[in-house]
Each structure stands twice: as C-alpha cells, then as structure tokens.
Design a protein around this ligand. Structure first.
Ligand code: NI
Length: 196
C-alpha cells in the first residue's frame, strides 16, 4: 500500500499529498506531544536565521539536558514552530522551551540584547516574547495537520514559493525517511491556530 494518499477535491486529484494515518500512528496516552510557536520579542529581527548555528547549538544543549523527540520543526527568521514528543512520565515542556530560549539568548552577540529594566528583573535577555503558543496534540488527524502546517509555514509566510526550498526545517529529514514526497506542494487551505 502506498505511503501517501491523494486527497480528492472538486472531483479531481489534489496535488497535495498526505501521509497515510497508520504510518505515524502514535500512542497519545503516554508522554505528551505538543505543538509550540515561540516568537522573538522584536518581530522585525531575523536572529533565528542570522544566528542559525547558535540556535542549533542551543537546541542541542537543551535536548541533551532535557531529552525530547523532535517530531517536526521549522525555524523562521523571527519565530519557530515545533512538534515535541516528551518522554514518558514527563510533562515539563516549559523547562525545555525556557532553557532553549535562554541558551539561544546567551549565545547571541551582546548587541542583540536589549535589556529593559523589567526584563532585568525577570532575568530575561529581551530577545524572546515571554509567552508562547502551546497546544496538546490529541489524535492522529491533529498531529497530521500540525505537521503539515509546520512544513508549509515558510510558504505561508512568503519566504519561499515551494516547501522544499526552505532549508531550516526537518522537512528534508522527513523526505529522506519517506514520510513526505520531495515535491510536496503543501496545504494552503489548512486552517489551524498556530501563529502569534
Ligand atoms: Ni509561522
């Protein structure tokens, strides 16, 4: 059986290819699977791409200290979207997001840090918006939608024309794994709450 199904739309074959549900069926009762959107405080900045090596380093340090599985990630200039699988009996995503944010802030050049008085009191480097979007994935369809949403995001935000053109996501890893077709055209009509 094919790994992909063609979604029928308007009586024709939609160029959107999606994975078959059973190929990534997960147990949603152990270890939470969460979708996050984490944004910079100053949305006009492009720190996450400009300092992508620092972001990767911060991410690696975080994962070593507080293990989790990266189901999918997409890094945009001023925010990132992440599907995170927590280990069994561990629901502490806040410590992971918080640690990642602080590690990245520490690795940035000093001139990037605009620390206001209130930020100093909070121990924040003034890089990130304090709150972030968090959503607990509850079933396979919810997972598929958020997964697709993450990979389509650079096109949605207008950074590239095609999903495969964006380097800073785990899309290419999932193409190698056979989860997505290389020329996956994305999901322009998909609506989920994902941005901030
Ligand atoms: Ni986005």
């Amino acid at each position: 059986m094919s790994h992909y199904i063609y979604l029928m739309q308007n009586g024709g074959i939609n160029p959107t290819l999606r994975r078959n549900m059973p190929n990534y069926r997960r147990d949603f009762t152990t270890g939470g699977l969460y979708f996050f959107t984490v944004v910079l405080k100053d949305r006009s900045q492009d720190y996450l791409i400009k300092y992508i090596n620092e972001f990767r380093q911060a991410y690696k340090i975080t994962q070593e200290r507080y293990p989790f599985e990266t189901v999918a990630i997409c890094v945009l200039p001023d925010h990132f979207h992440l599907l995170m699988q927590l280990p069994e009996n561990d629901s502490n995503y806040s410590v992971r997001i918080g640690f990642l944010k602080s590690q990245f802030s520490k690795l940035l050049p000093l001139q990037c840090r605009k620390v206001s008085e209130s930020d100093q009191k909070q121990g924040d480097a003034g890089i990130w918006l304090r709150r972030f979007w968090e959503h607990l994935i509850r079933n396979d369809e919810d997972l598929a939608n958020h997964w697709d949403y993450i990979y389509y995001n650079p096109v949605k935000h207008g950074y590239v024309q095609y999903v495969k053109e964006w380097q800073f996501s785990s899309f290419h890893r999932d193409v190698d794994k056979g989860i997505y077709p290389k020329d996956w055209s994305g999901c322009p009509d998909l609506i989920i709450k994902g941005e901030m």
